[in-house]
Design a protein. Structure first.
Length: 278
């Protein structure tokens, strides 16, 4: 089925990550020939106008409201940039059609049923479910260390209070009144991904690459002095021990999301077309 696919890129959603991704893809020396955007019902006309403005003639743009219509356009790869629910709802059909799916909402796999359904769909379609590193680094080393045997993987995510607005963190502390860092969540990566679906995809990525969602310990922090989103993790294994800390600038379109997330998505998308993959 892959031979019949186009060199167009499908994109699910038109929020901050999707729009950042469009900017990045269209800025490449050899941008995709076309972008196919899947949005909710009633959003087609407005999305088409804005997406075409962003693409500025560098890529052809189509907007659809059904996953069946997206697949009819024969994208070479699809990037999910919407939500856990969108990944669970649209992902299986895309994978069964033999189209690789790059998922931003990695925390969706914290639901065992969703993980099983997506895995089976990928096997049935002989496609790949691609989990990009997102806002974190060191995933290649963590995945390699897992083969040697991992002892512990711990993660701390620290963001400005405004990045945690609209989440359960509001019930744990007064975000607007903070004068010092506060750890408002300590638990497993599975619980973090479930409770903070738009904030804890990094924790889910580390868990899936390492010890698993139930054995990876996560701390989430609100820091009034933070100017970016800081991700720190520690790995202990039979082959290598390492610690990593990255401070990602927040996306101008959404402070909950690291700007580097869209670049990681773009890298994963472009790799599906490149002869040499790094």
């Amino acid at each position: 089925m892959r031979e019949a696919l186009s060199d167009g890129v499908g994109i699910i959603g038109f929020g901050s990550i999707a729009r950042d991704l469009i900017d990045i893809l269209c800025a490449q020396d050899s941008p995709p020939a076309a972008l196919f955007v899947l949005v909710r019902s009633g959003k087609q006309a407005a999305t088409l106008a804005e997406a075409r403005r962003q693409a500025a003639g560098r890529c052809a743009v189509s907007v659809v409201e059904r996953v069946e219509d997206l697949l009819a356009l024969r994208p070479g790869v699809v990037a999910e940039c919407a939500s856990h629910a969108a990944a669970a709802a649209s992902g299986p059909a895309i994978l069964r059609a033999g189209v690789d799916l790059v998922v931003a909402s990695i925390g969706a796999l914290a639901d065992p049923r969703t993980e099983l359904t997506l895995r089976q769909a990928a096997q049935d379609g002989r496609a790949q479910l691609v989990l990009p590193a997102g806002a974190i680094g060191g995933i290649d080393m963590l995945s390699a260390a897992r083969l040697s045997g991992l002892t512990t993987v711990t993660y701390t995510g620290c963001k400005p209070p405004r990045a945690w607005a609209g989440t359960p963190a509001e019930a744990a502390c007064d975000l607007e009144a903070l004068s010092e860092p506060v750890v408002f969540f300590t638990g497993t990566a599975r619980n973090a991904a479930t409770d903070y679906p738009r904030n804890a995809n990094v924790a889910a990525m580390l868990a899936l690459a390492g010890l698993g969602l139930d054995a990876t310990i996560v701390r989430l922090v609100a820091d009034p002095e933070a100017t970016g989103n800081t991700h720190q993790f520690s790995v202990r294994s039979n082959a290598v021990d390492f610690d990593m800390s990255l401070t990602a600038k927040p996306s101008p379109r959404n402070p909950r999301t690291s700007a580097s997330t869209a670049y990681s998505m773009a890298r994963a998308v472009l790799n599906r077309f490149d002869a040499i993959v790094i």
